[in-house]
Design a protein around this ligand. Structure first.
Ligand SMILES: N[C@@H](CCC(=O)N[C@@H](CS)C(=O)NCC(=O)O)C(=O)O
Length: 218
């Protein structure tokens, strides 16, 4: 399978992490000129990421790609033997609700960052950190604080945790130094993800694709 996206992490990274965790053969295809390309014309919504499956189906929408790869990787909560006896439709819907929440978090961050200029960068960063970033972090912290397993849904790791981890990783450069103290459950989740044998070496790879949100980092 081939995952087409720009040469950054952003909206294709969670899909790639899910594929790595599931040891699926997904090859990344970096796109440098998309605007007038055949790929754009063939894209169901004219956007990236796209996953080209082995039967040449072109799957659009990052979350649909994540869900597809998660199912292939046994990372839907209903697929875990540790969750047997629970309502599988509800488990999967809960996971989807957190994945959609993560997507809102990401989309709001991108919208807030896009009009930033060198002059407004510091102010924009502070507003985001103290406003919506703090809102989303405390909501996810609360969910994990109430979870017996330390994962978002059920008793084991699911694609929802990987999507949350990816968004946190993307936002990490904006965290204050007291992040671990303020958000102990989020912090624990991040540490656990970074120790997963299938992800560890990739996450620490210095040649990993760059993050988005460049203006906020300058
Ligand atoms: N809801 C879509 C959003 C996709 C999207 O916004 N793609 C952007 C990059 S992150 C894109 O393709 N931009 C180039 C264009 O629209 O031509 C998803 O989650 O996949």
């Amino acid at each position: 399978m081939q995952l087409h996206y720009f040469n950054i992490q952003a909206r294709s990274e969670a899909a790639y992490l899910i594929a790595l965790q599931g040891q699926l053969p997904v090859e990344r295809k970096g796109v440098s000129s998309f605007a007038d390309s055949d790929l754009k014309k063939s894209a169901p919504f004219g956007q990236l990421p796209l996953l080209e499956t082995d039967d040449s189906t072109v799957l659009a929408q990052s979350l649909a790609i994540c869900q597809f790869l998660a199912e292939k990787s046994n990372l839907l909560p209903s697929q875990s033997s540790a969750n047997q006896g629970q309502d599988s439709a509800l488990l999967n819907a809960l996971a989807l609700s957190y994945v959609l929440g993560v997507d809102e978090f990401r989309s709001e961050a991108y919208r807030a960052h896009r009009p930033t200029t060198a002059e407004t960068a510091e102010k924009d960063k502070t507003e985001w950190k103290e406003g919506r970033q703090a809102f989303f972090l405390s909501k996810f912290e609360q969910v994990l604080a109430h979870s017996k397993s330390g994962f978002l849904v059920g008793n084991t790791l699911s694609w929802a945790d990987i999507c949350l981890y990816d968004a946190l990783y993307e936002q990490k450069f904006l965290f204050a130094s007291d992040f671990a103290e303020k958000y102990p459950h989020l912090s624990k989740l991040m540490n656990q993800m970074e120790e997963l044998p299938n992800l560890k070496s990739y996450i620490n790879d210095p040649n990993r694709l760059p993050l988005y949100l460049p203006k906020w980092r300058n």
